[in-house]
Design a protein around this ligand. Structure first.
Ligand SMILES: C[S@@+](CC[C@H](N)C(=O)[O-])C[C@H]1O[C@@H](n2cnc3c(N)ncnc32)[C@H](O)[C@@H]1O
Ligand SMILES: [Zn+2]
Length: 1016
């Protein structure tokens, strides 16, 4: 029996079981990514952090019951209407509060704030209103600007408290939210914010430290922590600067060097050459339009020496290419290209060659002048570097203690097909962490670590033991930040808005950069101690205002959770995903410095060795961790999660689903672990409600799965619940039919709707411990999911064709419609900008593929969609192109050859034709005028009317596109294509499905516009 509470059956549904403000929360989550100051992510790097907006909204919707549910305790409805009325009244009096509300939400607050609009929690007609007001509140609260506003905090906390007590929690206690894969701590932090208790754990000591700072130190010390960090941070700077300033001299004219740009070198292997070749990827230094800077490389054939000039006001066409491309280096003296393998060997024999790199350029700032200045290195620059090397050697010799002065720990092995792909530094001989830094960088970081220890010691000596730990921890995080900006894997970022050092972890990897930027550690820009410290203090100050109750952070594997059975009200977690991120290996970059900054403090004990890897849930071939290992780990963790969750509690598990197979395995694990799925919400945390150019991207957001323990009230897993396959299959279409139109009304369409339907569909299946066919054979999840896809596709089609029977269309039309629908969002029309990602410097990086027309889907997803529609991709080669793992819906333009026959294919593939076209289908001028070169039938040419309705619609679209109104008229009237009602119905549907600003949309609308005129 569960202690201390009553498990009231049946349980009320939570808001998240019935509805969720998906669009608003997705938009806020995406927006949050651009927030730099005061956001917890600026405390320290953690990879794949969840946006706080999504966490906050999900937690509220998971903890609060749905007032419209018949099982909702009346006490919650009463309290909710009281709290919302109070909130509504506040919005009427407080201008900033009002401005932070969405417009229509504010209008609703205005109504209920008035006496005649009062909510009446006793009146069942008001329960639905109450539900939607709570959802509106959640949507607005997701806005970053509202996250620390006292009215939102108060209201949310009162609602959380009321919900907890109404659902059987002991009065005065708070619901416990637990995240066993806490990472950067977004989920537990938000749990505290909205008035729950939070328990965070992670296998990784860096993650635990981050959680400890946010969940324990901030609430405990409040604003005192930020103040102390500022004071001691300055002290560290002053002390370190005393020791280090001789290594960073100012220029004679007072200019301050803020970064040093280095190039690793090799010796040219060209016949008889041997010149020192500096490896440089790009010669740009600064790309401000009116103040650009670049390097010029001059190879002297005689002296075999490469020199650099610095060009101010460089024009793009004058700026040459770097010396290194895809890992091979071209000699500026003799032109010989030393191949990648040799480059690698040379660098490997010098541990990466950071320490004997060539100083190429020094970046400075000048007092009273804007911008950056670039100059050639001087003798003094080189001497100070040499001096730093000597001093580091002396200090290494005189260093005592168990931990070496500089990190001699091994870097990750890397390699293999799994997460180890992220590490290629060993190919260049960087086998120990210290190899990733130059001597001056090591000297600087070791000095800072020592001063941080000393700050902690002094605070402790003054009796402030607890504050000392907290301050030392935060200062240690700042040493990490300097290490991120102060390694030889950084780079100089030349785009106009930047001209700064780009940190080591601008990529989630350790891989070589040929030329790198060494930040001046006391600069007033990224890489500068106080500059970074302010970013760190931002969230401390910000959260101190909103967090009062302490949470707890613990080091534990999710597969062996420290909490007892049935202790948890809500298990909310975002587990790792297959081989996406090698957290432990990445984090070692920081562990080695934390170990040095924290030794002797209470926290030092967590950093005696590298981060644990044996139990880490990640696919990594080099560690012998395959997919089966990952799935077993995940299953075990989910079982543990269920064990610690009370029978009436709730679970939310975030899953990415880049491949349908991986996704199915995760769902299976959840079911096997004893969870019943009840809902699913795909929150797109990447884009602000934009049109997706590519359907794959739409399917690649992460889904929040809502689930409940499949347990009896006494806490035992129900193992005897056998479901009848026929019942399950009968209920499925009903459930989808109930959900899809409702989602559509709330603007949730396409892939979002598919994924939002999965949870409810899976509930029918997962409420049983097994589902059996009449023969007694067990139905596996894969088989069921095929049915789910089919049911979803059928429902979607009936919505697309407004209830008309879609079976009247051939398979190509159904597939096209369903495909476009999958890619659609709610009518926003901005095309996704192609990522401006820099290509990887490592030669092993795969090449970038160009942009392709048409909508891409993962092959397996496309296959499922087709199957669900009774179509077979293999039989539709003129509609869908399959290449490897991807399937592409061909745009009408690319189908022209198929539609008009061989002769009519002038320039139809969108590429520029080398040869002039035959003039059969209109002159080139006419084609140009129409903006498109497609086949058009003039009077002399006839072509066959397409076989299917889709073919005919596409034919008419292409005729329209080429400006051939007369040919189109003949096609529709005389050839009779327009007499088929299905033609117009499909055209109508496609008009609604093509992306708003696409050519295809324009063309199909053009065809539709002729309908009346032609008498149809
Ligand atoms: C996706 S991240 C969590 C990110 C987090 N939600 C955030 O917003 O920062 C997954 C986390 O799982 C942790 N992890 C991996 N294996 C684990 C295990 N066996 N037990 C506990 N944590 C583990 C990783 O260290 C990583 O921090
Ligand atoms: Zn050469």
């Amino acid at each position: 029996m569960v202690q201390g509470r009553t498990e009231t059956a049946p349980q009320a549904k939570r808001l998240i079981d019935v509805a969720f403000p998906l669009r608003e929360v997705s938009a806020e989550s995406a927006r949050e990514k651009s927030i730099r100051h005061g956001h917890i992510s600026t405390l320290h790097i953690w990879w794949a952090r969840r946006p706080l907006a999504a966490c906050r909204a999900v937690i509220c919707a998971a903890l609060w019951p749905d007032p419209a549910d018949e099982n909702c305790p009346q006490s919650f409805r009463d309290k909710a209407s009281e709290v919302l009325t109070w909130f509504a009244e506040r919005t009427q009096r407080d201008k900033t509060l009002a401005e932070g509300c969405a417009e229509d939400t504010f209008a609703r607050w205005t109504v209920i704030a008035k006496p005649e609009g009062r909510l009446d929690a006793g009146n069942p007609d008001h329960w639905n209103v109450l539900r939607f007001l709570l959802l509106d509140f959640i949507a607005d609260f997701a806005n970053w600007d509202n996250s620390t506003r006292s009215e939102y905090l108060t209201a949310s906390r009162e609602l959380t408290q009321a919900a907890h007590e109404a659902l059987g929690g002991i009065p005065g206690t708070k619901p416990l939210v637990v995240d066993p894969f806490a990472g950067g701590g977004a989920i537990p932090l938000e749990a505290l914010r909205v008035g729950a208790d939070a328990f965070a754990s992670d296998l990784n000591p860096v993650a635990v430290l981050l959680n400890r700072v946010a969940l324990e130190y901030v609430p405990k010390h409040g604003s005192q922590l930020a103040e102390a960090v500022r004071t001691w941070g300055r002290w560290v700077k002053e002390q370190a600067e005393k020791d280090l300033s001789e290594f960073y001299p100012r220029d004679a004219d007072g200019a301050i060097p803020i970064a040093y740009i280095w190039a690793r070198t090799i010796s040219c292997e060209g016949p008889g050459c041997g010149a020192e070749v500096p490896l440089i990827k790009s010669l740009w230094l600064g790309r401000k339009p009116h103040n650009s800077w670049a390097l010029r490389v001059i190879g002297n054939r005689e002296t075999r020496r490469v020199e650099f000039e610095i060009v101010r006001g460089a024009e793009p066409k004058e700026v040459g290419i770097g010396t290194v491309r895809r890992g091979s280096a071209t000699c500026p003296c003799c032109g010989f290209t030393t191949p990648v393998k040799k480059v690698r060997n040379q660098l490997a024999s010098r541990q990466g060659g950071a320490n004997d790199a060539r100083l190429v350029c020094v970046v400075t700032t000048r007092h009273g002048e804007k911008g950056r200045f670039y100059r050639r290195p001087t003798e003094q620059d080189l001497q100070t570097v040499a001096r730093a090397q000597q001093v580091l050697e002396q200090r290494r010799k005189s260093h005592e203690g168990a931990i070496a002065l500089t990190p001699d720990e091994p870097t990750p092995l890397g390699g293999g097909s799994g997460a180890g792909r992220a590490f290629s530094q060993r190919n260049y001989g960087m086998e120990r962490f210290e190899n990733l830094f130059t001597a001056r960088q090591l000297l600087c970081l070791a000095t800072l670590a020592e001063k941080v220890r000393s700050a902690g010691d002094q605070l402790r000596a003054s009796g402030e033991t607890e504050l000392a730990d907290a301050v030392q921890a935060v200062l240690a995080l700042n040493v990490d930040k300097l290490a991120d900006y102060g390694s030889s894997l950084t780079s100089w970022s030349s785009p106009a808005s930047q001209e700064t050092v780009r940190g080591t972890f601008s990529r989630q990897a350790l891989s070589i950069t040929w030329d790198f930027a060494e930040a001046y550690p006391f600069a007033d820009s990224s890489g500068g101690w106080l500059h970074n410290l302010e970013y760190l203090i931002g969230p401390l100050e910000n959260e101190a205002r909103s967090l009062q109750v302490r949470g707890s952070a613990t080091n534990a594997s999710a597969t062996e959770h420290p909490l007892p059975d049935d202790a948890v009200d809500a298990l909310i977690t975002d587990p790792p995903y297959y081989d996406a991120i090698p957290y432990a290996d990445l984090s070692d970059f920081f562990v080695v410095w934390l170990k040095r900054s924290l030794c002797k403090s209470a926290l030092g004990a967590s950093f005696t060795s590298l981060a644990p890897k044996a139990e880490e849930c990640v696919v990594d071939e080099v560690k012998g961790h395959d997919h089966a290992f990952f799935e077993a780990c995940m299953r075990r963790a989910l079982e543990e999660g269920r064990r610690i969750t009370r029978p009436g509690g709730i679970g939310i598990v975030v899953f990415a689903h880049k491949s349908t197979a991986g996704w199915e395995a995760q769902l299976q694990a959840l079911i096997d672990a004893g969870w019943v799925l009840t809902g699913s919400w795909p929150i797109d945390t990447e884009r602000e409600g934009r049109m997706r150019a590519n359907a794959s991207a739409a399917l690649a957001s992460s889904v929040h799965l809502v689930c409940r323990p499949r347990e009896d009230p006494n806490g035992n897993v129900r193992a005897d619940a056998i479901g009848d396959w026929r019942d399950v299959l009968a209920e499925l279409p009903r459930r989808i039919h109930e959900w899809m139109p409702r989602l559509a009304r709330e603007g949730i369409v396409g892939a979002d709707a598919i994924f939002a339907c999965l949870g409810p569909a899976l509930e029918i299946f997962s409420r049983y411990s097994r589902v059996e066919k009449p023969s007694g054979e067990q139905v596996n999840l894969c088989e069921y999911l095929e049915h789910v896809w089919a049911a979803v596709a059928r429902e979607a089609l009936s919505m697309i064709f407004s209830g008309a029977d879609a079976t009247g269309f051939e398979a190509d039309a159904r597939l096209t419609a369903m495909w476009l629908w999958t890619a659609s969002t709610n009518g926003n029309s901005i095309e996704v900008a192609e990522d401006e990602a820099e290509d990887d410097e490592d030669e092993e990086a795969p090449g970038k593929s160009g942009k392709v027309a048409g909508h891409l889907l993962e092959y397996d997803a496309a296959r499922k969609i087709a199957q669900g529609l009774g179509a077979n991709l293999a039989q539709l080669p003129t509609v869908v192109e399959v290449k490897g793992e991807k399937a592409r819906l061909l745009p009408a333009m690319e189908r022209a050859r198929h539609l008009f026959g061989r002769d009519g294919t002038a320039g139809t593939d969108g590429r520029r034709q080398k040869e002039p076209q035959l003039n059969l289908f209109g002159t080139k001028e006419e084609q140009k005028e129409a903006g498109v070169a497609v086949p058009v039938a003039d009077e002399r040419i006839t072509f066959a009317v397409g076989n299917t309705v889709l073919d005919r619609v596409h034919q008419s679209m292409l005729l329209f596109a080429s400006g051939r109104g007369e040919a189109m008229r003949r096609f529709l009237i005389e050839e009779g294509a327009g007499n088929d009602q299905r033609f117009w119905r499909l055209a109508q549907a496609l008009s609604a499905l093509y992306p708003p600003q696409s050519d295809e949309k324009r063309w199909v609308d053009g065809v539709l516009a002729r309908k009346k005129g032609l008498g149809f």
